[in-house]
Design a protein around this ligand. Structure first.
Ligand code: AMP
Ligand code: MG
Length: 528
């Protein structure tokens, strides 16, 4: 197949493959893989690849154009039907703690890496096909992905990037032309759904679980080799690997994880499955499964129906990330041998999270950056209680709040906030809110920052638009009926999420009533 110029220009780099040992077997037969970081594994070709969507912004990272030069060839390449020259595909081995329990070997069960490509700015970027067929890590599953979950991952990866949140990226969405059987709610009602593949792009897809598996197996040399590779490739500024540098690397993972989770809380994102195999060593949001967004402010919200205890609910995420980091610390112990130093990093995680989160919350509320932390947190916690009691929409409330100033009369302020409420707040909730508004306005009245700057700062921390579940679900329903226009419109809208876009005003509204209990909106399973 002659390659169009854009794809022919992609250059592969073999550092990962050269530095790390491969599994000597090269069949996709499910197995325990020891002594190796990855297994050679080709994508399984699909019946009728069709390019459904292309992210111009992610394409630019790879030096590709805003539209593919040849959609059909691109579909074949990003379905895994046609391998690019220089690509030696593989799946990687990792383990993980799932819902608090060690789950043993997991690995890339349906993600196949085409390799590392040199990006437009010279950065190395791993390119991965999710849903490309069985690998040695597929266990009993099919290695495929359905269109609905692929749209969710594709949309949200790009939305998170534009929201300024560290994330893996998505280049394109390809329909496979094949059906995939899924029991969406694990209730014995399996159905055939359209299959799809998302091409994911990231500097690295390394997870905490990549280190945990070698620690669990006592493969200390391999653990050290992987850590050395991670440092020299992804954290070169830390210096040549040594015991001190290992600790510094863990400290940096803690710092990045703290920043990532603080961003999630800032925009109302719930990851949904924060198992250690779904936490990135680079602090990127990774593996978009049954994730969701807070509509009415509810700290206990999780969209994941599999998570009955709410382990991964919205307000649990910072604590859980800390727990996951302690699993990573345990995994690194055999090469670091200094529990106190790792403990200290975990403590830094807590401090860094609190500091970063408070800083973001001050922006969200337009509070002075150098205020008294305890007083600010008290004001913030009072707001959270108000939002919860009144059932206010988190995103709309914060955007409306920015329009109020220290002198706005309370009645006018309440009117400006009204679009954020799902139902008129009861008397108690109203009184609470009025009290809070008075305290907040009193704080604004003492600020030295000009009001327009305060407003700009608030609007840069509070998105005007987030890809709420019901929006994703509308795009999915249309795409399943062969109409991709809803997805394209949403993909366009999420590119500037902090800017009011009158053409997309219908997307920046409260969750409609139909979506309250609709599967795919409020309730999602891991079936994907
Ligand atoms: P997740 O919950 O999506 O993070 O996946 C957990 C593990 O299950 C990972 O090792 C995945 O690769 C694997 N997995 C999930 N779905 C499939 C599938 N359809 N086929 C093969 N492996 C899968
Ligand atoms: Mg995963």
């Amino acid at each position: 197949m002659p390659l169009p110029n854009d794809l022919a220009r992609l250059r592969f780099d073999s550092r990962f493959l050269d530095a790390l040992p491969a599994d000597p077997l090269d069949t996709p037969v499910p197995r325990q893989v020891s002594g190796a970081v990855y297994s050679w594994c080709a994508p399984t070709p699909v019946a009728a690849p069709q390019l459904l969507s292309w992210s111009a912004s992610c394409a630019a990272l790879l030096g590709l154009g805003s539209a593919p030069e040849d959609a059909q060839t691109s579909a074949a390449v990003f379905a895994g039907n046609h391998l690019l020259p220089g690509s030696r595909p593989y799946a990687s081995c990792y383990g993980g703690h799932q819902f608090g329990q060690w789950a043993g070997q997991l690995g890339d069960g349906r993600a196949i890496l085409l390799g590392t490509v040199i990006g437009a700015d010279g950065r190395r970027l791993e390119v991965q096909l999710k849903g490309a067929g069985r690998t040695p890590y597929s266990r009993h599953a099919d290695g495929r992905a359905v269109l609905r979950s692929s749209i969710r991952e594709y949309l949200c990866s790009e939305a998170m990037h534009h929201l300024g949140i560290p994330t893996t990226r998505a280049l394109c969405l390809v329909g496979t032309g094949e059906g995939v059987m899924r029991d969406m709610f694990y209730d014995g009602r399996s159905q055939e759904e359209p299959g799809a593949i998302v091409t994911r792009v990231a500097e690295s897809f390394l997870r905490f679980g990549h280190f945990e598996i070698f620690a669990a197996r006592g493969e200390t040399d391999l653990l050290r080799t992987l850590l050395d590779y991670t440092i020299t490739t992804h954290f070169p500024a830390l210096g040549r690997p040594s015991k001190e540098v290992y600790v510094a690397c863990f400290d940096e993972v803690c710092r990045r994880t703290a920043v990532m989770v603080a961003h999630w809380l800032r925009v109302g994102f719930v990851h949904g499955v924060m198992n250690t195999d779904n936490l990135s060593m680079l602090g990127l949001t990774i593996d978009y499964g049954p994730y969701g967004w807070i509509d009415n402010f509810d700290p206990a919200f999780t969209p994941n129906t599999t998570d009955r205890s709410g382990r991964y609910a919205f307000a649990q995420q910072a604590r859980v990330a800390g727990w996951n980091l302690s699993c990573l610390a345990n995994a690194l112990m055999p090469v670091v041998n200094d529990a106190a130093a790792l403990e200290q990093c975990l403590q830094h995680y807590g401090e860094h999270f609190e500091h970063t989160y408070l800083d973001m919350l001050r922006d969200k509320l337009g509070l002075a950056k150098d205020g008294e932390a305890e007083a600010d947190m008290a004001l913030i916690n009072r707001l959270f209680a108000c939002l919860g009691a009144a059932g206010a929409d988190m995103t709309l409330f914060h955007r409306s709040l920015a329009t109020i100033d220290a002198t706005t009369p309370i009645d006018a302020a309440l009117e400006m906030l009204a679009p954020a409420f799902y139902a008129p707040p009861d008397t108690r909730a109203s009184e609470q809110l009025v009290d809070w508004l008075r305290s907040w306005q009193a704080q604004l009245a003492t600020a030295t920052e000009p009001d327009d700057m305060r407003r700009t700062r608030m609007n840069a921390a509070n998105p005007w638009l987030i890809p709420r579940n019901w929006l994703a679900q509308s795009a999915i329903k249309a795409a399943e009926a062969d109409d991709l226009s809803v997805l394209e419109r949403l993909m366009d809208a999420i590119r500037t999420p902090y800017t009011v876009q009158p053409a997309y005003a219908d997307l920046a509204v409260r969750r409609p009533d139909w979506a309250r209990a609709e599967p795919g909106c409020a309730a999602l399973s891991c079936s994907s």
